[in-house]
Design a protein around this ligand. Sequence first.
Ligand SMILES: [Fe+2]
Length: 332
Amino acid sequence: MTAFDVFQVKGDFPAIITSYKKIDYESLISLITTHRDVFHRLLLKHGALLFRGFPVASAAQFANFIENLKLGQFVNYIGGDSPRDKVEDKVYTSTEAPPALLIPLHQELSFMKKHPRHIYFFCEHPPAAQGETIIGDARRMYQAIHPEVRQRFEAKGLQYTSNYYYESKVMQYMNKMQRSHKSWTEVFETRDRHEVETRCLSNEFEWRWSHNDWLNITQTRPATISHPETAEKVWFNQAHLYDFNPRLLGWPRYVGAKLFYFRPWTRLHEIRHADGSKVARKDLYHILEVLQQETVATPWEKSDVMVLDNILAMHGRAPFKGSRRVLTALTS
Ligand SMILES: [Fe+2]
């Protein structure tokens, strides 16, 4: 029996995988284990797989599904600064950023040397409308960026700067009103400074302890990379998320950020080219426009599991109203 006697594959991005007949969770895991090579090949071809109509019912079953797919070992979200909660070991809520905010496409932790190879999403509770985990093909993105911008970014690289607080009543109050900043104890999942420094070293971060125990991190990374298995060139950076501008945040949030966060040591993010020169805002606006053009939004259904090659496929989140619970995990 081949995988295609049981599973049906429809569409290109994402490739939607369903089964011809109803199967229980144990059978799903057994079939995934038997046919995992087929799914690995499909993932390299499409970049994004959406398993739909299967009885995945909890965070634990989601983690078990990932384990049996065996694309890699689980990794923590250490180094990431999107606000999210840990549900259980290795499983997190997807971003807790305000529902009205569009999170533009990006690859997870693409600003880090040790970035995860895969990202997974599980829809526990779909929103009534919108709130899709939007995706985009990073190979198409590479081609769609204006050649001049692409050449500039490839030649000059990128320097990311982040600032994280320690124990600040003001920041905690601000986060209560709207989750935006993480402390360095949350980003690194430790209170041990030596542990933080060890992680900085292994990721080639430069770090500096600054004003009131804030942590300043700088890292220099390329703007594009080649996929390690397929050798395809992809757009692979988060420059567009490191510049706080009205187009990214919307005017009210931008003005608020200007008022509260734009002191040198509390500026959450900054982006420059690796030589220290400014990244032109018109380039960043061009990138945001192309990302929007390349966005694919598939409405969530309960129990959907989405598997993304974190180099070939970008992800983000459409705005929504009401309740929504989507869990996420990473492997490398
Ligand atoms: Fe993300």
